[in-house]
Structures are given as C-alpha cells and as structure tokens.
Design a protein around this ligand. Structure first.
Ligand code: PLP
Length: 413
C-alpha cells in the first residue's frame, strides 16, 4: 500500500515538466547522433546557433561590476525604490498612461502572476486566459486553490476572437464578484500573436462596460514577458496609453520580467505594476503586494534590481543595452521569418505570428506528430491542440528545415 503524508490539497502527480522532459530527450539524442543532426526547439530561451545560451554582455558586465554588498545584501521588501522607478520606465517608455501607478519587485513574471491569483481571487474562483496559454498559469492557479478556464484566442479567420472573449468574461462575471483575466501580449507565448490597438480598444470598452453596468470588479493582468522582442516602441507599447481613465473597478496589472529582456532568467527579477484611476485602489495594491512579498519570498534579487536601476539611470548604458538587444531581436526575427516563409511555401498551417520566441502549429494528435518528428531528431513541445516551435532556440537553416519536417509529419500521422 502506498504511503502519503502530504496534506490533501497539496497532493500532486509526480511528473516531469513537459518542456524540460522534451529538452532532456533532445539532449540525449544530441549525445547519440551529434548536436548538428538534432533540432532542439523545446526551450523558451534565446540560444546561439550552436545551442549555447545567448547572454546580454552589457547587462552581465553591469551585474558583475556591482560592489559585493550590492549583490549580497537584502533588498527592501517591496524592491529598491530606484528599481521600481526604472521598472516603470522600462515598461511604459513613451507610452506611460496617466493615473496612479505603483509597483513591487517580484522574482520574475511568475511572481507577479502568483500575487494576482492570490490577492484578486477568492478560493475556488476561476481565472480566464486564452486557450493557447503558458502552462504555469494553470499550475499557479491550482497551487493556490483557484481554477482556470479559457476563451478561444482565434476565430475562423485567425483574428482575435472578441466574441469568445466577451462570452467567457460574462460567464464568469455572472458568478463571481471579481474576474481576473490574463492576457499575454505582445508576442504571446506560444503563438507569437500581439493584440492590435483596435483589439485593445474593444477589450477595454467591453470590460469597462462589465464593471460599470454590472457592479463587478475586473482585474486585467497583462503579461508582457516578451515585450522587448515585440517590435518598435509604438508597436510594443502604444496600447498602454489606453490604460488611462478607466473605471476604478477595472484594475490593470502588468507583469514585467527581466528574464528575457536582460537574459537574466536565473537571476529571478521582475516587477508587478498596477495602473488605476483610483489612488485608493493603487495604494491598496501596493500594500497588499508588499505583504505578499514578505510572506512568500521576503525580498527579491538585489543585484538584478540594481542593474535595472543603473541601466535606466545612465543613457549611455541604456543605449548599449538596447543596441545589443536589437541584435538579439534581429536574430529572433530572422529565424521566425525563415520558419513562417517556409511554412507558407510548403502549405503548413500556422497561427498568425507577430513577434516573440514561439510559433504555433495547430494540428490533430500533437503528441503523435511530435513523436513522429523525433525520428528526424526534431524536438518541440506538443500542446493540447498543436505544437509549439521555439524559433528562439534554433538557427535560421534549422527553422526552414523544421517547417518542412513538421508538414511531412502532420501529413503522415
Ligand atoms: N509569462 C510567460 C508567457 C512566459 O513565457 C514566462 C517565461 O517563460 C513568464 C511569464 C515568466 O517568466 P519569469 O518568471 O522567468 O519572468
């Protein structure tokens, strides 16, 4: 008979993370047949063509040049004040909305999602995101005794499915006082989609309507983990101006992460910001999130916070960082372009890609197709209704080859 000591609410299946499992298989294959024969498109990190991690040297140098005490010491619970100011600048740049903006440091974007799920939902309530989603949303919801449901991201024309979005928000609003909606845009993981300014307007008009006419509270969580790879300032941030003058029961939360923007994945740093037309709601956010910081991880990584403050406090350093990042963005874009063009060439159906690390191929039997692809040493992430291809991790040539191999495997299965 099996023995279990864990409390019932924390009984979890012993399963390996799907991304890490697929990556492990790819690495095993590389050992057998050589890395150049293997296409490892599993991991959501920007890699060089040879598979090594791309590292932003400007950021890394700034970190390594910090005095020891700036790395070793605790940061304040809510984050270094200079970091929080820098995070606001990094998030909004020229598109800072008017209103009450507050922030707390979090260990990456993951931490921000945790705080939103805990502080803006009652136990047992359900959050809403799109049917193509980053799997940890569900994990975080479950960890905290909450549920998750989805709307259909694309309609038949592969455009943002506003009708499904509205229907699902309404369904939740009918049963809950608060509705937490998570939108990962721009450069959505896994599809690479970004909402247009017009789609943003439609979303915000609808949500404003829900809070004004139905006395509900809506918390719109904008996950911008990939924002610095989402095109120019206007394309990536123009929509943020629309966060001005929203009703006070429509709270905007923004999850910012240094993981991709500074290739600081393991340094665990980011910020959760709020934008509200009500000072009271913004103050409440700040004290609530700071309390959660103390309770869950105490404080964040001081060295990483200091780097962000330095970068945004020094125009010459910022210019260097942005020049280096522009090189990364170009690399990313060239790879994605190669995949998208080849997909069009061979007739492989993909979702509309705008920017970011991933491209999604909707298909039947994703697990089987993915298994078939391993015969050609192509490793990617099978999802519920398709495949996630991580263009961030694969050379231009391998991107082209992958589109052809995926088409062949789908046709076969
Ligand atoms: N949101 C999305 C959609 C992501 O893909 C990731 C990382 O992969 C994150 C948030 C947060 O990452 P981190 O906690 O490293 O900042």
């Amino acid at each position: 008979m099996s023995v279990s000591v864990v409390a019932p609410h924390s009984k979890r299946p012993a399963e390996e993370d799907k991304v890490f499992a697929a990556n492990r298989k790819a690495q095993e294959a590389a050992k057998k047949v050589g890395a150049d024969q293997v296409i490892n498109s599993t991991i959501g990190a920007l890699l060089e063509d040879d598979g090594s991690l791309s590292i932003m040297q400007t950021a890394m140098e700034a970190f390594k040049n910090l005095p020891d005490a700036e790395i070793a010491a605790y940061a304040p619970i809510a984050g270094l004040p200079e970091f929080l100011e820098a995070a606001k600048t990094a998030v909004f740049r020229d598109y800072r909305p008017k209103g009450h903006i507050r922030g707390v440091a979090t260990p990456g974007g993951t931490g921000g999602i945790r705080h939103a799920v805990w502080n803006y939902m009652e136990p047992g309530e359900t959050l809403l995101t799109s049917d193509w989603f980053w799997a940890p949303y569900r994990t975080i919801a479950e960890e905290h005794g909450r549920k998750m449901t989805t709307f259909t991201l694309f309609d038949e024309k592969k455009a943002f499915n506003l009708a499904s979005f509205k229907e699902k928000v309404q369904e939740l609003a009918d049963h809950q006082e608060r509705v937490l909606v998570v939108l990962n845009t721009p450069a959505h993981n896994p599809t690479g989609y970004s909402l247009t300014d017009e789609e943003w307007q439609q979303v915000l008009t609808f949500l404003s309507n829900v809070v004004e006419h139905q006395s509900k509270k809506v918390i719109l969580y904008v996950d911008i983990a990939y924002i610095d790879f989402a095109g120019d300032m206007k394309t990536s941030r123009g929509f943020m101006k629309q966060f001005e003058n929203l009703p006070q029961n429509l709270l905007i939360l923004i999850g910012y992460s240094m993981s991709k923007a500074f290739t600081f994945y393991g340094l665990r740093s980011g910020a959760l910001l709020c934008v509200s037309s009500s000072e009271e709601v913004a103050d409440e956010f700040e004290s609530t999130a700071a309390f959660s910081n103390r309770a869950v991880w105490s404080n964040g990584t001081r060295g990483a916070q200091r780097v962000l403050a330095k970068v945004y406090g020094d125009p010459a350093l910022l210019e260097k960082v942005e020049a280096e990042r522009a090189g990364f963005s170009k690399l990313m874009f060239d790879r994605a372009r190669a995949f998208v063009d080849e997909a069009a060439e061979v007739g492989l159906n993909i979702f509309p890609y705008r920017a970011g690390f991933f491209i999604t191929i909707p298909c039947e039997n994703p697990a089987k197709v993915s298994e078939e692809l391993t015969k050609d040493y192509l490793f990617l992430l099978p999802m519920a209704k398709g495949l996630r291809f991580a263009a961030c991790a694969v050379s231009v040539e391998k991107c082209r080859q992958s589109a052809r191999l995926i088409k062949k495997a789908i046709d076969k299965v």
